[in-house]
Design a protein around this ligand. Structure first.
Ligand SMILES: Cc1cc2nc3c(=O)[nH]c(=O)nc-3n(C[C@H](O)[C@H](O)[C@H](O)COP(=O)(O)OP(=O)(O)OC[C@H]3O[C@@H](n4cnc5c(N)ncnc54)[C@H](O)[C@@H]3O)c2cc1C
Ligand SMILES: Cc1ncc(C[n+]2csc(CCOP(=O)(O)OP(=O)(O)O)c2C)c(N)n1
Ligand SMILES: [Mg+2]
Length: 588
């Protein structure tokens, strides 16, 4: 239990060099870095660290699987912008972290993972629970360390925090041998400070590039801003908004960019890409200028690159030089932190008239509204779109929504309208099923005063459902919507469209999710019709503890529009008219 006395003792370590064990140095350095919460699971090779925890004012959440610890650290970071921390033992504990580390890597999320390893004297002997976790995680970390001396722990931890959050953020792993945890060394927090970070390579955007970008913006007739996750990571929401409003440029968002620009803003077009809005993709294909802000032209965003935005000049602003000309060749590259680059660009931008272009985009929207499932008559069937739209309406769009991966994830992006950054937490690049429940635990831990909703599929929810027990142990108020379509829906959709409806291994039998929640002491409800949705959402919100709603939705609905692999961005499979709606027979 943390006490005022222990807090003072550990803070004293930060100012006066003191002899401590390696385990104590680890915690003292984490305290110095501002860490208040960690997510982990103990075991033999990390026991000295767990033993020392009682002396430090850090809250430890005991997870049910180490993958959950990495996702919790990730969700904590995505919700708060701080570095999330996960801890595991050697061997299977460490390997269980890997999916979570790769998830953070693909979406550039700053987390620090700490693993114990066998004693340095037996490293490389296939000792009990020994794995080469630095070798295993080399391709999925921004950097990693193997530490075998107590005196190296503080500098490694401080450096790890700097690496995780600087420039393009990402995960860092520190593997610490057991003897290093047990040995003692002089702990000097100040002396362990890393050298100031210098962007590498230190390529400043040139004056001529800024001038060229400003000229392209001034002369464009059909410009579109492509708003990505880098806006949120840079904290460049104001600057992007200023650019859009001053030059009257409409904004298309990536999945991970949602919330970087308010959905209700007249210049907001919505999501681009494979399951983006049809008018957004058409606007991109018709544009004469794209201004990519902190986005990396993922293949889910471009469709086939051969025909991507053929009429457009392209400006790419990104902190990572490796992203420039990687997927899409651009005309002007501005390499640096987005907020800083835009601060320099904005004085060169004057107001311009985009009325004709904005009207043309409005024109394309009409057709989409007719096909929008929200506007189709209520035939007594429950669609995921209805559920998510209602959750958005009832929560006033103010919740943090954490999704899993699949159809429900795409419907969330289409029907929950995000006004603020960090209000959507989702695995984009790796697309990790099982992400939602643990990431929501991380988000709620970071933001205890926010309303947190999990939106998960029946498949992905089962991958990490063990973390329900963590929710109960931590007494977290998290609302869980399981979008239960009885299928691995997104894969079923691909089988429907591209494999002649051969539903091989996608129908899925699930437990009674309400009973499963009940077994953990979590209240729940099953909902089968639209009329029941609002009442259930209200019940969840007013319940004192966590609450699960099992939404039995239409089984064979698909996400539209869809740009199939190899197609151009404007060649979308569209939702059939209402007469062609696929509806499953009522269950007996
Ligand atoms: C089932 C499924 C379907 C999907 N469908 C779609 C879809 O239809 N549409 C869609 O958009 N996505 C979709 N995705 C997500 C997609 O795979 C990518 O994850 C997403 O498009 C990446 O968005 P991003 O480029 O904005 O973010 P990231 O991949 O996080 O890239 C961020 C970029 O910002 C840069 N950056 C970071 N910090 C800064 C800074 N301080 N200053 C400047 N630059 C910075 C980084 O270097 C990087 O280039 C889907 C995912 C799944 C799982
Ligand atoms: C760990 C993992 N395994 C497999 C996949 C491939 N995959 C992507 S979506 C999906 C189906 C998800 O089903 P469900 O969770 O029920 O969500 P739904 O699509 O039905 O909304 C699968 C299997 C994945 N993304 N992640
Ligand atoms: Mg499903």
């Amino acid at each position: 239990m943390e006490t005022h006395a222990t807090t003072q003792a550990s803070n004293a370590h930060l100012t006066t060099p003191t002899r401590l064990t390696g385990a104590e140095i680890l915690w003292a350095t984490l305290v110095g870095e501002g860490v208040m919460d960690v997510f982990g699971y103990p075991g033999g090779a990390i026991l000295p660290v767990y033993d020392a925890l009682r002396k430090f004012p850090i809250h430890h959440t005991l997870v049910r699987h180490e993958q959950g610890a990495a996702h919790m650290a990730d969700g904590y970071s995505r919700a708060s912008g701080k570095v999330g921390v996960a801890i595991a033992t050697s061997g299977p504990g460490a390997t269980n972290l890997v999916t979570g580390i790769a998830t953070a890597m693909l979406d550039s999320i700053p987390i620090v993972c700490i693993t114990g390893n066998v004693s340095s004297k037996v490293l490389g002997t296939d000792a009990f629970q020994e794995v080469d976790i630095t070798g295993i995680t080399l391709p999925v970390t921004k950097h990693n360390f193997l530490i075998s001396r107590a005196e190296d722990i503080a500098p490694a931890v401080r450096y790890a925090f700097q690496i995780a959050k600087s420039a393009r953020p990402g995960p860092v792993l520190i593997d610490i041998t057991k003897d290093a945890q047990q040995a003692t060394a002089l702990f000097d927090f100040e002396a362990a400070k890393p050298r100031p970070y210098r962007a590498h390579p230190m390529r400043k955007f040139e004056e001529s590039s800024l001038a060229r970008a400003a000229e392209l913006i001034r002369s464009a007739k059909r410009p579109v801003i492509l708003a990505g996750h880098g806006i949120i990571e840079s904290g460049a929401m104001e600057q992007v908004r200023a650019l859009a409003e001053r030059a009257q440029i409409p904004i298309a968002l990536t999945l991970l960019g949602l919330g970087a620009f308010p959905a209700s803003h007249p210049l907001s077009l919505g999501m681009m890409g494979m399951h983006g809005e049809a008018w957004v993709n058409h606007a991109i294909q018709e544009a004469d200028l794209l201004i990519a802000c902190g986005m990396r032209f993922d293949d889910r965003v471009t469709g086939t690159t051969a025909t991507y935005a053929p009429k457009a000049k392209k400006i790419h602003i990104d902190v990572d030089p490796a992203e420039i000309n990687k997927n899409i060749k651009v005309d002007v590259a501005l390499i640096g932190d987005l907020a800083e680059v835009l601060e320099q660009l904005l004085p060169r931008i004057s107001s311009r008239d985009s009325q004709a272009w904005l009207k043309a985009i409005e024109g394309i929207k009409g057709d989409a509204a007719v096909r929008d499932i929200k506007n189709l008559p209520d035939l007594g069937h429950l669609y995921a779109a209805h559920v998510i739209h209602d959750i958005w309406r009832i929560t006033g769009g103010n919740a943090i929504v954490v999704t899993d991966v699949g159809q429900h994830q795409m419907w969330e992006a289409q029907y929950y309208h995000h006004e603020t950054p960090r209000s959507l937490i989702t695995s984009g690049g790796l697309g990790t099923m099982g992400f939602a429940l643990p990431a929501a635990i991380g988000a709620k831990t970071a933001c205890p005063d926010k309303e947190v909703w999990v939106i998960a599929g029946d498949g992905g929810f089962q991958m990490t459902a063990a973390e329900l027990a963590t929710i109960v142990q931590e007494e977290l108020k998290i609302n869980i919507a399981v979008i239960n379509n009885g299928y691995l829906g997104m894969v079923r959709q691909w089988q429907e469209f591209f494999y002649e409806r051969n539903y091989q291994s996608t129908p899925m039998v699930s437990p009674d999710f309400v009973k499963l929640a009940g077994a953990h002491g979590i209240q729940g409800l099953t909902v089968r019709t639209r009329a029941e949705v609002a009442g259930a959402v209200d019940a969840a919100r007013s319940a004192p503890g966590a609450f699960l709603i099992n939404f039995k939705v239409e089984k064979e609905d698909s996400v539209y529009p869809m740009v199939s692999t190899g197609s151009a961005l404007h060649e979308m499979i569209r939702r059939p008219g209402k007469d062609a709606l696929v509806e499953s027979p009522e269950e007996k």
